[in-house]
Design a protein around this ligand. Structure first.
Ligand code: TPP
Ligand code: SF4
Ligand code: MG
Length: 295
């Protein structure tokens, strides 16, 4: 950490790095997501003690422990409700949520639409490796049709879910995708997502080097990736974003798919306003619920 002048501190990526050594397989894409997160947090400049980093369970969900933020490696599929509770209890915290494709779109899939429509100011990073990594290579909800795994010996019959299209259809106001093959681009996307005033979603194509397919590795990403900017995509255009998102699984588009520049007020801001109103009315604590019910 460096001090530029009294009371103002500038943070560097290393200020967000904890003493815990990652136990991911060498070459795992999650290392890249971690690096990008360090860089984004340094650019944001909030001190580590003002950041809460919540995850579910999975290889990817180990990420909070490798940062100096307050971390909670919680329950499989339950990172979003826990993060929302933290943000409501202390709206001044910067709240990050991360986890795997299984965590977010299988067991935790039911929480995603509600986190989006509730629109708390939190950032959700999914480390999408199209496989269950931690439990040794079973099919995940984003595994491509035909994939052979320990749970689909002759090839999967199921189509993958499309995380980008799902969250756009659920009404997410900030949706982006990145890959560790483009570290600068990924750090920039994570930073933009954190700065976005409301729920933001980042899908990271984060290769599993142990159980993942060859065409899902960093080398393949380098050859495949197409920055949305270079295609002339306008991130304000939600329908164009949905159109591009349909190519999930066949094209690797990177950058911001959709950004609503006139987002509705975030839930935490509305809750703060409601609290102020109630406090101004001098309502006894035991009658506060009356304000929420129709008479
Ligand atoms: C309630 C519950 N169900 C199942 C598990 C077993 N489990 C742990 S991680 C995991 C899937 C991990 O896959 P993903 O979320 O994609 O993360 P990755 O390891 O690939 O990063 C499963 C099924 C669990 N820990 N808890
Ligand atoms: S099993 Fe896959 S996802 Fe898990 S640490 Fe190893 S490479 Fe990464
Ligand atoms: Mg996974």
């Amino acid at each position: 950490m460096t001090t530029s002048c009294e009371g103002l501190r500038q943070y560097q990526a290393k200020d967000f790095k904890s003493d815990l050594k990652p136990i991911w397989c060498p070459g795992c894409g999650d290392f890249g997501v971690l690096q990008a997160t360090y860089r984004a947090l340094a650019a944001i400049g909030r001190p580590p003690h003002e950041i809460a980093f919540v995850s579910g369970i999975g290889c990817s969900s180990r990420i909070p422990g490798y940062t100096t933020a307050y971390g909670f490696n919680s329950v499989h599929g339950r990172a979003l409700p826990i993060a929302q509770g933290i943000k409501l209890a202390n709206p001044d915290l910067l709240v990050l949520v991360a986890g795997g494709d299984g965590d977010g779109f299988s067991i935790g899939g039911g929480h995603v639409p509600h986190a989006i429509r509730r629109n708390l100011d939190i950032t959700y990073i999914v480390m999408d490796n199209q496989i269950y990594g931690l439990t040794k290579g079973q099919l995940s909800p984003t595994s491509p049709r035909g994939l052979k795994t320990v749970t689909s010996e002759f090839g999967s019959f199921e189509d993958p879910v499309n995380p980008l299209l799902y969250v756009l259809a659920y009404g997410a106001n900030f949706v982006a995708q990145g890959t560790p093959a483009d570290m600068a681009g990924l750090a920039d996307i994570v930073e933009q997502a954190i700065r976005y005033p409301g729920f933001s979603f980042v899908n990271v194509q984060s290769p599993c080097v142990t159980y993942g397919e060859d065409d899902h590795q960093v080398k393949a990403h380098r050859a495949m990736m197409k920055p949305l900017k270079s295609l002339g995509h306008d991130p304000k255009d939600r329908l164009a974003a949905m159109n591009l998102a349909q190519a999930y699984g066949t094209e690797l588009y990177t950058g911001v798919f959709y950004r609503n520049d006139a987002p509705p007020p975030a839930f935490d801001a509305l809750a703060r306003d409601r609290q102020k109103t109630l406090a101004g009315q001098g309502l006894p604590r035991e009658r506060i619920l009356d304000m929420f019910v129709q008479r």
